[in-house]
Design a protein around this ligand. Structure first.
Ligand code: FES
Length: 167
């Protein structure tokens, strides 16, 4: 309190707010903040999903060299991007010896997916989505569609990918 001998500083008279009032967060404010954050997250996720639907990636034309056979051990993977594109792909050398190439983006909300060696499954860690590594089909979790895939062509020691020809 101010008295004649010890007047309160200016800031105290200009902003007469107690410290406890300044740090208290009301339930209403907290609920507002929560709504704002979750609304922003929902809008962002919706935008990503919509963008993936409305702007499908450009088609892969021709064959593209990815790497050498010896660059990928059995049960291993090799991430790659085709020249002129920004789509991330993953080349998988399954334990059976077969090769597969998939887009590395989950068909749910586009998180990066990873091959789990020894399981035959590709996992999306964002929401526990799983795909069959042989077919790309979703087998668990929220992914609604198979992973887009490329045909893998082995020529001697070289691995190429190309778009599947649908007849
Ligand atoms: S983004 Fe992959 S399961 Fe949700």
């Amino acid at each position: 309190m101010a008295d004649e001998t010890n007047p309160a500083p200016h800031w105290q008279t200009d902003f007469p707010i107690e410290r406890t009032e300044a740090t208290a967060v009301s339930r209403r404010d907290f609920a507002r903040y929560l709504c704002l954050v979750s609304g922003g997250l929902a809008a962002g996720s919706g935008f990503v999903a919509l963008k993936a639907q409305l702007a499908p990636p450009a088609e892969v034309v021709g064959e593209h060299l990815v790497c050498k056979v010896n660059d990928v051990p059995t049960g291993g993977t090799h991430a790659f991007v085709i020249a002129g594109s920004t789509i991330p792909y993953i080349l998988i050398r399954l334990e059976s010896g077969e090769w597969r190439a998939y887009e590395q983006k989950c068909t749910h909300l586009s998180c990066a997916v990873y091959y789990k060696p020894g399981t035959g499954q590709i996992e999306c860690p964002c929401h526990n989505g799983f795909f069959d590594a042989r077919t790309g089909e979703p087998i668990a979790g929220p992914p609604p569609r198979p992973l887009p895939s490329l045909e893998v062509v082995v020529k001697g020691e070289d691995i190429y990918v190309k778009a599947f020809r649908h007849e």
